[in-house]
Structure formats: C-alpha cells, structure tokens
Design a protein around this ligand. Structure first.
Ligand SMILES: NC(=O)c1ccc[n+]([C@@H]2O[C@H](COP(=O)([O-])OP(=O)(O)OC[C@H]3O[C@@H](n4cnc5c(N)ncnc54)[C@H](OP(=O)(O)O)[C@@H]3O)[C@@H](O)[C@H]2O)c1
Length: 197
C-alpha cells in the first residue's frame, strides 16, 4: 500500500485529495491546523470506504514544531500502517489573502511566506528521511503565479517560489498543481489550447 501525507487535509482541496487517494487504495495521513473535528470527519469518511487514515496536527508556518511533527508522523506510520516510511507528500496547506501592495503589512507578508514557501521547504526537508525510494512530492500552487491578479502579490510570489524547480530539484518533485487551472479544465473539458508559458 502506498502512503500519502496531505497537509491541510481537513478541508477543501486537501480533504478531497485525501479521500480520493484513499479511494485509489492509498493509506492517508491528513494534517489539520485549527480544525481537528473536520480532520476527524475526513478520517471517518476514509474508514467508511474501507481505507486507513490518521489525522495529525501541523502548523506549516511553525517551523520550530517540525521535529515533533516528524516524530508524530513516524509514530503514526508505525501504529496505523505498520510501516517506517511513506511514499508521497502533498504540500497543500495554505490560505489566501487579498490585500493591495499599498496596505499589506509585514506580518501578513511573513505569514504568507512561512506557510507558502519556507514551511513547505523545511517540512519537505525534515520528512525526506522518512520517504521511501521512488517517493514523490507534489506542491499545490496557484494560477496567480501566471495570471496577473490584483491584491495577491506576496501570495503569488511565494507560490511561484514553490513552483520553481530549483529549491527541491532532485528531491523527487514531479510537478506543481494549479487548482485554478484544474477548475478551468473542469468548467470547459473541451478546452485544449494552453496559455503560452
Ligand atoms: N481554492 C482555490 O480556488 C485555490 C486556488 C489556487 C490555489 N489554492 C491553494 O490550494 C491549497 C488548498 O486550498 P483550499 O481552497 O482547499 O483551502 P481551504 O479550503 O481554506 O483549506 C485550507 C487547508 O489548509 C490548512 N491550513 C491553513 N493554514 C494552515 C497552516 N498555517 N498550517 C497548516 N495547515 C493550514 C487548513 O487547516 P485547518 O482548517 O485545520 O486550519 C485546511 O485544511 C492552498 O495551498 C491554496 O493556496 C486554492
């Protein structure tokens, strides 16, 4: 059984990803930040469809807590799946913030930086020793890295940093997903022409 860790798996795209991975036969570790009850619902749903899952607390912006999180992952892998390693990491956790450059505060900038770039980078780094051979890392980014959007300058910049092949090159990063693009494809499944890169 392949095992996937989905950060921010308690709601939204992360919850859908976690449940779909379970449907495809994977064991799932979902993380939550402020919503343990929602994460428990995701675990319950996965168990109802015959899968295995565990929910763990993680604040992606709190890098100092990553060693304890890594230990919790190791414990969860062993106790729930009888394994010492996992296969896939989906760096999905995050939040949006609309605020024009003129009024963005340093605190808002740092918060977005920690959650959308620094956090995923160092989370990946600390989890790499637990990742089995052939493991893959998927970073969920945003269409705002390619489509000029007012009010999201720091968010789009850090998502763009996460997309760059350089930071994690050679560490199994296969691709970065853009939910906005996925949405457009869903709305118009016949659309075949891609925007020039
Ligand atoms: N939805 C879109 O249209 C869209 C478009 C482009 C990109 N994205 C990206 O796709 C990802 C998921 O978006 P979504 O719309 O599914 O978000 P969402 O429904 O708001 O869910 C966000 C998830 O991230 C977790 N989270 C938030 N801040 C966190 C932190 N500091 N540390 C750890 N976990 C944290 C939340 O956990 P708790 O609920 O437990 O706090 C929740 O599980 C994000 O990276 C977002 O930037 C979304």
């Amino acid at each position: 059984m392949k095992i996937v860790i989905v950060t921010g798996g308690s709601r939204g795209l992360g919850a859908s990803t976690a449940i779909e991975c379970a449907r495809r036969g994977m064991g799932v570790v979902v993380t939550y930040n402020s919503n343990p009850a929602k994460a428990d619902d995701v675990v319950k749903t996965i168990m109802e469809i015959g899968g295995q899952a565990v929910a763990l607390k993680l604040d992606v912006g709190d890098i100092g807590a990553f060693p304890a999180f890594r230990d919790a992952v190791a414990l969860g892998l062993q106790s729930v799946f009888g394994r010492g390693d996992f296969d896939y990491l989906v760096n999905n956790a995050g939040y949006g913030l609309f605020n024009p450059i003129a009024t963005v505060t340093e605190e808002q900038f740092d918060g977005l930086f920690n959650v959308h770039l620094k956090g995923p980078f160092f989370l990946t780094q600390i989890l790499l020793p637990l990742m089995g051979d052939g493991g893959q890392i998927i970073n969920i980014t945003s269409a705002t890295t390619r489509v000029a959007t007012a009010g999201v300058a720091p968010y789009a910049s850090f998502k763009g940093g996460l997309e760059s092949p350089d930071p994690l090159h050679g560490q199994g990063v296969r691709r970065a997903g853009h939910p906005g693009e996925l949405d457009r494809a869903r709305r118009n499944p016949h659309r075949t022409r891609r925007r020039p890169e």
